[in-house]
Ligand binder design. Structure first.
Ligand code: ATP
Ligand code: MG
Length: 209
């Protein structure tokens, strides 16, 4: 059985990541692949419990390193119990946010040294990285506006962060994309849902046989 591919969607709030997932899923299923949709933080029962701890409460509830350790515990559980087993069964896994979000939010946003983020990641998931990553890039004002008007209308902890936090996050995502051209594509997230969907498909073709 050939291993499945691991696809991640990254970028700021309201950039349109979650919106694209059903389209990506249909595209892959139409080509005969079994697809597992998942997300971070969360994605496994244990990690979903940790997600609740992370997303509820005030912006200062967790200091950045504590937050990263909680995220890493969740990530480890998610990888071991959901992502790797699915890939080994030949399924394709589409994950809404992954480690690049830690580099952007806990690193560039929260001020944790990248070396520390990377060392802990390497301990929980050695030699494990996505096959392809779409980084959604959107002007911050538009992203926050979109996030506010989402159907469920909940503003989570990250959306209450100051503007310069979001600026650092966006700059980091752009850097990650530039530094990892073997797996990353920067997506112009102000384009229409349909155009973005076509763009993702055109990049996915390269992974298909
Ligand atoms: N290309 C697009 N053009 C205009 N509006 C869009 C586009 N993509 C998504 N939206 C809308 O923007 C809002 C946010 O989209 P979505 O929830 O997909 O973002 P997200 O990247 O998953 O955000 P978060 O990181 O906060 O989960 C939704 O109301 C969605 O309908
Ligand atoms: Mg989302």
């Amino acid at each position: 059985m050939e291993r499945g591919k691991f696809i991640t969607l990254e970028g700021g709030e309201g950039a349109g990541k979650s919106t694209q997932i059903p389209y990506l899923k249909s595209f892959l299923e139409a080509r005969g692949y079994q697809v597992v949709i998942t997300r971070e933080p969360g994605g496994s029962p244990g990690a979903e419990l940790i997600r609740k701890l992370l997303l509820e409460g005030t912006p200062t509830r967790w200091e950045p390193l504590t937050e990263y350790l909680l995220l890493s515990a969740a990530r480890r559980d998610h990888i071991e119990k959901v992502i790797k087993p699915a890939l080994e069964q030949g399924k394709w896994v589409v994950c809404d946010r992954f480690f690049d979000s830690s580099l952007a939010y806990q690193g560039a946003g929260g001020g944790i040294k990248e070396e520390i983020l990377q060392q802990i990641y390497d301990a929980i998931a050695p030699y494990f990285e996505p096959d392809i990553t779409f980084i959604f890039d959107l002007p911050i004002e538009i992203g926050l506006q979109r996030a506010k008007t989402r159907s469920f209308g909940l503003e989570d902890r990250f959306e209450q962060m100051p503007f310069d936090f979001h600026q650092r996050v966006q700059d980091k995502f752009r850097q990650i994309s530039a530094k990892n051209p073997h797996r990353c594509y920067l997506v112009q997230a102000h384009h229409t849902v349909e155009d973005i969907s076509k763009e993702l498909q055109s990049h996915m073709i390269k992974l298909l046989k």
